[in-house]
Unconditional design. Structure first.
Length: 516
């Protein structure tokens, strides 16, 4: 995995490509950085946080979010005074790990690969398209991406929805659909596919934060095709979200709020005031789509998405180069994940002759002998707002204090993030834990990750018990936070009791008869 890099060239044929990549300097040694964050406290310069849509400030030396890969800081060369003006460098002596290195230079490398998957994501709607809705002229007209960062528990406002103009909580919010998609004015004559569903989701999240807020979604057509998608719209209506089929002509500042001008299908013109307006912006091709096409030789369609055949939607015009996700065309998360799996299958088929030749076998420390003393560590996850918006996570964590066998307990924002996994391993070693209880989400998706962490710490991977307080508590009891918290405590207590009786299970190897 190479991050913070640019693709420069692609040469060769399927199964035998040569890729030239420029690795930009991070100015931080990722192997030495411990992500302690001390350097950021001393950096004297501020800049707008692009990851949070400019809704907060960060420093030139930063990490975008807790689950970033790699989980180390990097320095933005466009904002760093040392890189730009050869001055400052206050962060260098501060770093206890001696990880900051301003002598790093760009490095070009060539890599032999058998196939290429293009998945650069999507681009942004130009601000000029948004200006007719007073975006940029009035602070309470925001894009849906900005609104998402506002409602996210780990975002700059910790999930609190408020007007930028004066900090008050909005009593009425309007969502305007099809902004920048299905719009010949900006040459986007296509449906962006995702906007209806993300607007419904954001409206529901806003309703959960403040059930009294009045929310109206203005749409031309609601396109909720997809598994269970239409049921989500029905749930939103049951929560009080209104859906109005109309064409919005514009948004103008009016007295202390915003006035929406729209016409309904029967030809009537209406005016309605709102405290906040959210623009459901569509998806465009990535801004460097033409550059990617020039390097790889693939063809683009009229909207600058990768051109593919109707019945071969992942194969580009270049053999050995396939595409997945929004670069093939606007699409939602489930379809993007499906395409990612499909491209993995296509590439595996291309490379069957070379399969197994590049394997690196990971080594693990020897398993520690089990002490007679039971030493259990309990780790409770907030999972952003997935759990913490309903379950009182701190109360669940405190409830294990004094339980038989429990010698350590803590909570974390995202237990599955790279830094949290490293912390889990460190705490196992530091407190000599020999059993682990993790109260988080589904073991169906995350238990292998935590089992791997136990093996890295010298424990048998079977000495872990996961408690699913997301699916079984916060999700199914979203309207009963106290009962959900009580149930979470019960489940954690049961897991601790089970953990006391756990024993390591040896890995077994059995022969396979190669026939059916």
């Amino acid at each position: 995995m190479i991050t913070n890099a640019d693709l420069l060239a692609l040469d060769g044929k399927p199964g035998d490509f040569t890729v030239k990549v420029r690795k930009r300097p991070r100015y931080i040694d990722a192997d030495k950085c411990t992500a302690c964050g001390l350097c950021t406290q001393y950096c004297p310069k501020h800049l707008s946080d692009a990851y949070n849509e400019g809704l907060s400030l960060t420093r030139p030396i930063h990490i975008d979010y807790a689950q970033a890969v790699p989980a180390t800081y990097y320095i933005d060369p466009s904002a760093c005074m040392s890189v730009q003006h050869d001055t400052c460098q206050i962060c260098v002596p501060v770093c206890q790990s001696h990880a900051i290195d301003f002598s790093q230079q760009p490095e070009e490398v060539e890599i032999k690969v058998g196939a290429m998957v293009l998945s650069p994501g999507f681009g942004r709607i130009d601000d000029a398209t948004l200006e007719k809705y007073s975006y940029g002229d009035h602070p309470d007209v925001v894009t849906a991406v900005e609104f998402e960062r506002m409602t996210t528990a780990s975002g700059p406002f910790l999930g609190e929805v408020k007007c930028f103009s004066d900090g008050r909580h909005p009593k009425s919010i309007a969502f305007i659909q099809c902004v920048g998609s299905r719009d010949l004015g900006c040459n986007n004559g296509y449906c962006s596919s995702v906007c209806c569903m993300y607007a419904i989701k954001e409206a529901m999240v806003a309703k959960e934060h403040d059930p009294e807020v009045d929310i109206t979604v203005y749409y031309m057509d609601i396109r909720t095709q997809g598994k269970e998608f239409d049921k989500a719209r029905e749930r939103a209506e049951n929560m009080g979200v209104k859906f109005v089929r109309a064409k919005v002509a514009g948004v103008t500042p009016w007295e202390n709020n915003l006035r929406l001008t729209y016409s309904t299908l029967d030809g009537k013109h209406e005016f309605k005031p709102y405290d906040m307006v959210v623009l459901s912006v569509g998806l465009e091709a990535p801004k460097d789509a033409q550059g990617i096409a020039d390097i790889t030789g693939i063809e683009l369609n009229r909207y600058d998405f990768a051109k593919t055949d109707t019945f071969n939607p992942l194969k580009t015009s270049v053999e050995g180069v396939v595409v997945a996700g929004a670069f093939q065309g606007p699409k939602d998360i489930p379809e993007s994940v499906t395409q990612a799996s499909a491209t993995a299958g296509i590439v595996a088929g291309m490379l069957q002759q070379q399969r197994g030749l590049g394997i690196v076998h990971k080594s693990y420390p020897d398993e520690k002998p089990m002490d007679e003393e039971v030493r259990i560590g309990v780790f409770v996850c907030h999972c952003g707002i997935n759990i913490a918006s309903v379950v009182d996570v701190r109360k669940v964590e405190d409830s294990v204090e004094g339980m038989e066998g429990v010698v350590y307990h803590t909570d974390s924002l995202y237990s599955c993030s790279a830094d949290a996994v490293k912390t889990l391993k460190d705490r196992i070693i530091e407190h000599n834990l020999n059993r682990v209880v993790i109260a988080a989400c589904s073991p169906r998706t995350h238990e292998p990750l935590f089992q791997e962490t136990l093996k890295d710490a010298g424990l048998n991977r079977c000495l872990i018990e996961m408690v699913n307080i997301r699916d079984q508590c916060s999700w199914v009891h979203a309207g009963e936070p106290e009962a959900a918290t009580d149930k979470s405590q019960d489940l954690v207590r049961m897991a601790v009791a089970k953990a006391r009786g756990m024993r390591p299970l040896p890995e077994q190897t059995v022969p396979v008869t190669p026939k059916a």
